[in-house]
Design a protein around this ligand. Sequence first.
Ligand code: KG4
Ligand code: ZN
Length: 358
Amino acid sequence: MLILGIESSCDETAAAVVRDGREIVSSVIASQIEMHKPWGGVVPELASREHLEKIEPIVAAAIAQAGISFSDIDAIAVTQGPGLIGSLLVGVCYAKSLAYSLGIPIVGVNHIEGHVYSVAFENPPVEYPALGLIVSGGHTNIFHIPEEGQYKVVSRTRDDAAGEAFDKVAKMLGLGYPGGPIIEKLALLGDTSGVKFPKAKISDGRPDLSFSGLKTAVARYIRENGIAPMTNGDEPSQEIKDLAASFQAAVVHALVGTLEKLADELQPKTLIVAGGVACNLALISAAEDAGKRLGLPVYFPSKHLSTDNAAMIAAAGYRQLVQGDNAKLDMTADVTMRLQNVDNEEAELRQLHVKYRL
Ligand code: KG4
Ligand code: ZN
């Protein structure tokens, strides 16, 4: 089955052709990073206008690179949510009209589930139950996945997503946008124990995450030590490198520590670490170490599939399509779409409550 995937939830316009949910035939991504850079983050109005300009040529490029024509596509999978409303609508409306004109099925895909499926390529098939840490600029969650397509949130961030924390800390230091890759590079040259940060404590004791305290601690450190934000062309000081290394280590420690604790509890067969932050090598190596300690395989997306792309959306859509799903043409963007369809959340949370002595 040849599926055309379409992704436009944030600042990447992407299209891909994927065969049977596991083989990328073509994948094209137009990133808007350069356009949003001067603003230090994504500007929603600019993003949707840019998607509108790019969607048609990007889909055409994905079809051309696959060496096929539109009539060869069997179905369309499009990101339905969560994301920016204007951005999502561009992809959803385009995908619906294309599906209608070609007379083929269409399914709406949850963007986060897309990230889960980014490991479907270049890894052995996932064995269930699995535990998935999805960590990006907009989301930071750990999902228990008892079987394919079933999700239960077992840990979530109470405030900022981890990627957002990377972006904000980079902004404070005048390092540019997006912050993750820049901080990772500086951290390689810094000392992870250079700055001591307090560990986030969740007052109700759930295995949740929080990054806003860490962000505030970085801001305080910058202020108290009189660190000036860098301007273009500055050589970063050792102090900034140490700060980057210590901040990154604190984020990785919180993410992997929580993943490991939950894996111990829930006994999955596979660990999945995906999302934009999953290309961070410090995170990869800490998660691999945790996998070794637990005796579990850890699957990551390859670098080009860790940030937003349409191949992962097609892979997630494949599961729905083989079940015979076909969205109606009144399907629309769902900004707060959730990925949780296991109905015993309460019971499960109570159990975790007991486990963590609340
Ligand atoms: O998944 P993604 O492309 O978009 C969302 O769905 O949010 O993730 C983008 C996020 C940004 O916050 C960016 O700073 C972060 O992923 N990121 C990284 C790295 N590369 C991208 N964070 C840490 N280390 C990296 N190497
Ligand atoms: Zn994403």
